[in-house]
Design a binder for this molecule. Structure first.
Ligand SMILES: NC(=O)C1=CN([C@@H]2O[C@H](COP(=O)(O)OP(=O)(O)OC[C@H]3O[C@@H](n4cnc5c(N)ncnc54)[C@H](OP(=O)(O)O)[C@@H]3O)[C@@H](O)[C@H]2O)C=CC1
Ligand SMILES: O=C(O)CCC(=O)C(=O)O
Length: 485
């Protein structure tokens, strides 16, 4: 299936592109040029969702009976197709949610790598032999799929996040029903088209678009869905947890972050500045792992602030499809308004604006915001506490490393964190004491590797981990087997 600009994105149910029973559509628009409709997204109904779940349930029975290496062969084919279509998928992503074309290409290539990683997992062991107290018995563990998994995804990584949830679900024998974010549904459909063209058996993969409050809630409530995997806001994550617990479904949540970087007096200044810019402002700050709080020791504070300011002033904001653009627009009007309102709160609460704070000159039409630096940020301020999900950095000065760690840990979130230092003692203190699921030394806070576990502490996740071999824990149940002749 090939899409042209402005085409209607159909649901994918029982191996076919299917019109919704509602006939209602929402536009997915280009945040760089909001008059441009990238595609029309169906506002599907609960009947559409039910059809997808019924077909997934039937298909999963045969899918789980295939050998895992045979399931892996499908994932290899999907990876090849994704790679062949890389430029088209990446361009759609840039036009639909604004990240720059090079970043979108990198993400699409990462999607192919994730598929190949999990295709390979189909060749690896899923259990252990455990000594029994009965010398004539054989006791071991194996793993079984959950059944049908509901996949609810956000718009910020429209290829990587659906794939890092769907690929492990599929390799372990589950069927999946994807509900992508409305702002990234055209890109998601192009990913699903790769599964279709790889001839994955009908019903094993489905996609139903629509409102979170209808289709997302429908996934939470549907008795045919055995597990729900979600990335997005804390508010929706908590709704999913409550709903899943109420009907005994398994759930996995990846949510917000308020990720700190600590710059110690002995840091390599250039390295720390570059990583703060990349970690905080790439993808317009719209990563759950984005750097948001910059905690700097007093001995290096002025030099760091000066260099950071110089570098931020050099960043080119613009349409992500234009060569030379470093930072694209916010993904949506809503997201832009959220970011601007956090900037206003920062000013009202007494932080000093060092740079940015508004819409860039000459780019008034798109959902653009300037990269923004705040100085003199205090821990009680809203911009030091809440996830902004935009290109806003909050600088905070401390005297000692102990103070820096206490401040970095003073958050309800615990997703990722970085430190810049040359001192091994400071590195170890950070590794031991930092309350975050991903800690990085002399590297930016964003930067997830697909073969390693990913997830947060505190309110950043459901305390589960995604990606790498950790994914098996969510997408399967352990079965302990005892055999006696
Ligand atoms: N951790 C992360 O990576 C992300 C964090 N966020 C945070 O969330 C904020 C808001 O972004 P937003 O896009 O609104 O994030 P949401 O959490 O609202 O959206 C994520 C996904 O959940 C769906 N959804 C929405 N409401 C429900 C519901 N009641 N039940 C089930 N599913 C639902 C959405 O559908 P639909 O899009 O159709 O509404 C989307 O597919 C951001 O500013 C940021 O702070 C956002 C995205 C990613
Ligand atoms: O930093 C990354 O690559 C992943 C970030 C992420 O999971 C997210 O923003 O939702």
């Amino acid at each position: 299936m090939s899409f042209t600009a402005g085409e209607t994105i159909l649901n994918y149910i029982q191996g076919e592109w299917t019109a919704s029973s509602t006939g209602e559509l929402d536009p997915s628009i280009n945040p760089a040029q909001p008059t441009q409709v990238v595609g029309w997204v169906q506002r599907s109904s609960l009947q559409d969702l039910d059809a997808a779940v019924t077909s997934a349930k039937a298909a999963q029975r045969a899918w789980r009976k295939l050998s895992a290496p045979a399931r892996g062969e499908y994932l290899y084919k999907v990876a090849d197709l994704l790679e062949q279509r890389l430029d088209d998928i990446a361009e759609t992503m840039t036009r639909e949610m604004g990240k720059t074309f090079p970043e979108a290409k990198g993400e699409t290539a990462r999607g192919a790598a994730i598929l190949r990683y999990y295709a390979g997992e189909g060749m690896r062991k899923v259990g252990d032999v455990i000594p029994s107290t009965d010398s004539e018995a054989l006791m071991f563990t194996t793993r079984v799929p959950l059944g049908v998994v509901g996949v609810i995804t956000p718009w910020n990584f429209p290829v990587a996040i659906p794939i890092w949830k769907m690929a492990p679900a599929l390799i372990y024998g589950n069927a999946v029903v994807l509900k992508p974010a409305g702002e990234a549904a055209v890109t998601a459909a192009k990913v699903i088209a790769c599964f279709h063209d790889a001839k994955i058996p009908a019903g094993v993969v489905s996609m139903v678009t629509g409102q979170g409050s209808v289709i997302g809630q429908g996934i939470i409530d549907h008795p045919g869905i055995n597990g729900i995997t979600f990335t997005g806001s804390n508010t929706v994550g908590k709704t999913i947890a409550k709903g899943a617990i109420a009907r005994g479904a398994k759930y996995q949540l990846e949510m917000g972050g308020k990720n700190p970087v600590i710059v110690a007096d002995d840091a390599d200044l250039e390295q720390a500045v570059e990583a703060t810019i990349s970690g905080g402002l790439r993808s317009t700050g719209q990563k759950c792992t984005a750097t948001s709080r910059v905690v700097v020791q007093s001995g290096i504070y002025d030099a760091f602030k000066q260099r950071l300011l110089e570098r931020v002033q050099m960043l080119k904001v613009g349409d992500g499809m234009e060569a030379g653009t470093w930072m694209g627009p916010c993904a949506s009007e809503n997201q832009l308004q959220t970011v601007l309102s956090y900037i206003s709160r920062g000013l009202e609460e007494g932080a000093s604006l060092l740079h940015g704070g508004g819409k860039p000159a000459g780019l008034e039409n798109g959902f653009y915001v300037e990269p923004t630096l705040f100085d003199n940020v205090r821990p009680h301020m809203t911009i030091a506490k809440e996830e902004i999900f935009g290109p806003v950095l909050a600088l905070m000065k401390v005297d000692t490393l102990e103070e820096a760690l206490a401040l970095a840990n003073d958050s309800e979130f615990g997703l990722s964190a970085s430190i810049f230092t040359k001192n091994i003692g400071s590195m170890l203190a950070f590794v031991n004491e930092m309350e975050a699921g991903l800690v990085r030394i002399n590297a930016e806070s964003a930067g997830v590797e697909l073969q390693a576990p990913f997830g947060g502490m505190k309110q950043s996740s459901s305390h589960s981990r995604e990606q790498g071999q950790a994914a098996i824990e969510f997408f399967t149940s352990i079965k302990t087997v005892f055999i006696k002749s």
